[in-house]
Design a protein. Sequence first.
Length: 708
Amino acid sequence: MEFVVTDVPKNAVVEWQDDEGEARVLAARKGLLRRWLHGLLEGLPPADVRRIDVDDAWAYFGEPVPSSLVPFEVDSPALQRALKRVQAKWKKLPPAPEPLSLVPGARVLAEGLGLPKAAARVLAVLALRDADSEFCAALSSLRLDDSRRVLSTLAGWAGVGLEATRQCVGEKGVLATLRCLVSDDGEEPTLECAFALSPTVRRQLLSPQPSLRDLLSGVFRPTPAACLSATDYPHLSEVLPIWTAYLRSAMAQSRPGVNLLIYGPPGAGKTELARVLAASVEAELFEVVVEDSDGDPRGAREILQLSRAAQIALKDRSHSLMLIDEADAVFESAAFDPMRRSGTSKAWTIEMLETAATPTIWVANEMGHVHPAILRRFDLVLQMDSPPASVRRRIVEHHLGSERVPASLRQELSENPHLQAGHVAMLGRMLGALPKGVSAAQAIRQQHAALQELLGLPPPRALLRSSLGEFDTRFLNADRPIDEVIARVVERGAARIVLYGPPGTGKTAFGLALAKALDRPLQSCTSADLLSKWIGDTERNIVDAFTRASREGNVLMLDEVDSLLMRREDADRQWQVSQVNELLNALDHFAGVVVLTTNRFDALDRAVLRRLDFKLQLRAPTPEQRIALWRQLCAQQQWAVDEADCQRLRGLDGLTPGDFHLVARQYVDHRGPNAKADALRDLQQEWQIKQGNQRVVGFAAPRSRLDA
C-alpha cells in the first residue's frame, strides 16, 4: 500500500458530507499519524533504534520491510536509509493539517465550554491516536515509557507547551474534570495508552456532526419535566415562595456559591420537588450523572469532577439550575475516608460549594454525619419526610387515578402515613403494564405491602380497618366527659394529654376523634417506631417525630409510651435515662397537640405527669355502651337486634370496644344463619379470657350471671 496524504490546507477544518469526503478525512488523519511516527523514528538515537520491533513500526508506513532489516537484529544504518527514502517522498507533499482541524468534536467542545486552545489541541491529538489501533501498535513497538518523553511528544504533536499539556491531562486538569480520560489505575504511562480517552468521548469527538450535549452526556443531562406543581405541596406553602424568590435573585445576579439542600428518607419526593422548584422559576434543571455506564454509583471524587465540568458548561446559561442527586456519597467521603484523605475530600466539597457558578440543588438521604464546615455553606435547607395526607392523595390520584383502581383503595393508600412518593410512581408504572383481566387492586395491594415489608415499615394501617364502621366517642367510658376535653383542646389549639387504661378501651380511637375535630392529620407512632438498638438513635427518632408533627401541624400520638417514659430511678442503663430526658425535653418545647397512651400509668416517670394538661382514664364500657356497640355491629352486618342478646351483654363486664372490633373483623360479609349467635358467643369467649378462664364456653354458663 502506497503512502498518500491528501492536499488539505494546514489550518482548514476538514469536513465530509458524503462517502468521498469521509474518505478524504480518514486519509488525512492517517497521513498525519504517519508523519508523527516518522518523526519519532527519525529522532531516535541508535541505542533506542536497536530495541524496535521493526515489523509493527515499519508496516504502518505501507512500505515493505527492507530485506536487510531482520527483527531483533536491527542494522541501524539500513533503517535510517529506508527512513530517508520515505522522508524524501514527504518533502514533496503539502504541510499536514493541524490535529484540531481533523477532530470536529474537539472544536465544538472547546467553543461550547470556553476551553483553552491548548486543551482542545491535546484532546484532538488523543482522539486521533486512540482511534487508530495500528498506530497504537506501532507506538507500542517503540517502547517509549519515560513519562517526560511521553508528555513532551504529545505536546509536540499538539503544538503546545509542555506545561500547558501537563495542566490539561493532569489529575485536576480540564480533561480529567470533563471525564474525558480513562483511569490509568496507577500504571506507568506509555506513549500508546497514556491519558486514554473514554471510548464514548472519542467516538463523539470524531463524529462528523458532533453536538455539545452528546459530548457531555456522560457528565450531566436535562432532567425530566416535573409531574407535580407547587400547589401540590400545601404543607410547604410557607417555604416554597422563599426558595423560589431566592433562586430568582441568584440567577438574576449570577451570584456564585448558591447551594440549596433537600434531605430526607428515600422515596419522600425530594427529586420531584427539585424539578418543581426549577419549573417554578422557569429554569432548566440539569442533573449530574451520578452513575457510570454500567449503572453503578460513582464515587465522591468522580461526582465532584463531573460537577465542576457541569458548572463550566452551564456558566453562561443564566436560567439554569444544577441538581446533584444522591449526594450522600460526596458528604460521606468528606466525613469518613478509608484512605485518610477526608481532608482533601472535604476541601474539594467546600470548594465546589463556594465556587459553583450555577445555583445547585443537593439531594441527600442522611445528613447526620456531615461535617459542620459543609453544612454551614448551604443557603437554604429543607427536610422532607413522608408527605401529609393531602399531598399523598394528590400523588396517588396522579399515578393511580385510573378506573381500574377502586376509589376506596386510593383512599386507603392516601391514609398510609408511611406512603412514599417513589413507591406510588412505581405502582403507577406497574399499573400501566398490567394486562387486562388481572386485578389491579389486588396487584397494587400485594406490591405495596411487599415494599413496606422490604423497608421494615409497618403494614398499611388503613388496610387493617375493621367493619364496625366509624367509631363514636360515645363508646368511650372516661373519667371525665370526652366531648368536653376535645372542645377545650380545639379551643386552645395545643395540649399534652395522656390516656391510660386497659387495652382496647379506645385510646387510639380518641386520638382519631381529636384529630378529626381539629381537622389535622394524625401522626401515630408506637414505641417500636422510636426505639432503636443503636445508642443515640432513639433520641434522634423522638426529635424527628416531634419535628415532623410541628412542621406539618399533625396531632402527634405516641402509643405504648410507658417503655419510653419509665421512671428514671428504675433505669438500669444510662441510655434509658437519656431517652426519658429527650422525650421530656420534646414535650416542653412542643407547641402542638400530643397524645400519650399507656396501659401502665403507674410506671411513668413522675416528671412527665407535671407536664400534662389532661390525664384521662379510659375504662371498659358501661352496659349501655356495650349494648350500643352491639347494635352498631348488628346494623353493620344487617342482623336483627334481639333484646335477649342485649340483656346477656349487660352481664359481660370488662368487654371493650377493641373486643367488638375484633369480632367484627371475623364476620365481614358473613351472612350465615347462625352468624349473629356465633358473634355473640365469640364476645363471651373474649370475656371469659379476660376473667382468666381459657376454656371455650358457650351460653351454658350460669344464667344468673349472664342475665344479671
